[in-house]
Design a protein around this ligand. Structure first.
Ligand SMILES: O=C(O)[C@H](O)[C@@H](O)[C@H](O)[C@H](O)COP(=O)(O)O
Length: 223
């Protein structure tokens, strides 16, 4: 794990957007297409606002989420709606978005179809992940019902996840798929998450799921 500290959240957003754009540009120098994975939540918005106008060939970029709440796009909890609003605009509107939500109440009914859509676009070229103060990343939650499966080296590409305190079912890329990203970045802000990150470095992934990806991750933090 490498840790990059920034004087404030604005500097973090601008610099991290440049780092991600640089990695995508480098990928597109030797690949026909690049796959970008981004998180939902409240942290990435300013990063998306800076990244969406990066001068790169977005028409050759596939964008997908690290995880999704299993709700339609018009639901305020939808990460897809966040990405369409804040990232897939400006130059990045030319990117191809691969939504996970496929309708219905239970993702298990359609997981294999969604995985079939994802598979051709792996490994991930550039992944940006967030983290909760409970040390979850993507939707790999401590005490999540499918956490053991999601952490298994032979895990499927996508797992459903339910956990106490979550107001809806989620789906998440599994730890092995996230770890296999060719460029893996984790963004956190604030003292509480910084302390949680420090704790996660001393805990097993079963207790601190973010620990499953820390070895491969470049961490970006601002107060
Ligand atoms: O669907 C989501 O919410 C994200 O993918 C999730 O993993 C997020 O990155 C963390 O929960 C941090 O969320 P904040 O950025 O809101 O703190």
């Amino acid at each position: 794990m490498t840790l990059n500290e920034y004087p404030d959240a604005e500097m973090l957003a601008i610099n991290l957007a440049n780092v991600l754009a640089g990695k995508l540009t480098a990928t597109l120098m030797h690949e026909d297409r690049a796959t970008l994975v981004v998180p939902g939540g409240t942290t990435p918005g300013p990063i998306f606002d800076a990244l969406c106008d990066a001068d790169l060939d977005w028409s050759r970029v596939n964008v997908m989420l690290s995880d999704e709440r299993w709700v339609p796009e018009d639901d305020p909890r939808s990460n897809t709606a966040l990405v369409r609003r804040r990232l897939l605009t400006g130059r990045a509107a030319a990117a191809t978005f691969l939504p996970f939500y496929a309708g219905g109440d239970d993702p298990e009914d359609v997981l294999s179809e969604v995985e079939a859509m994802i598979l051709p676009h792996l490994p991930i070229s550039v992944a940006l992940l967030g983290m909760g103060v409970d040390m979850h990343t993507a939707s790999l939650f401590p005490r999540g019902d499918n956490l053991r499966l999601a952490l298994d080296p032979a895990a499927p590409i996508l797992v459903s996840m339910r956990a106490q305190g979550l107001d809806c079912t989620r789906v998440s890329l599994s730890a092995r798929v996230l770890r296999d990203a060719l460029n893996l970045h984790l963004v956190i802000t604030g003292a509480e998450k910084r302390a949680a990150l420090d704790r996660a470095t001393r805990l097993p992934p079963q207790e601190a799921p973010v620990a499953a990806i820390l070895d491969e991750a470049e961490v970006h933090w601002a107060e």
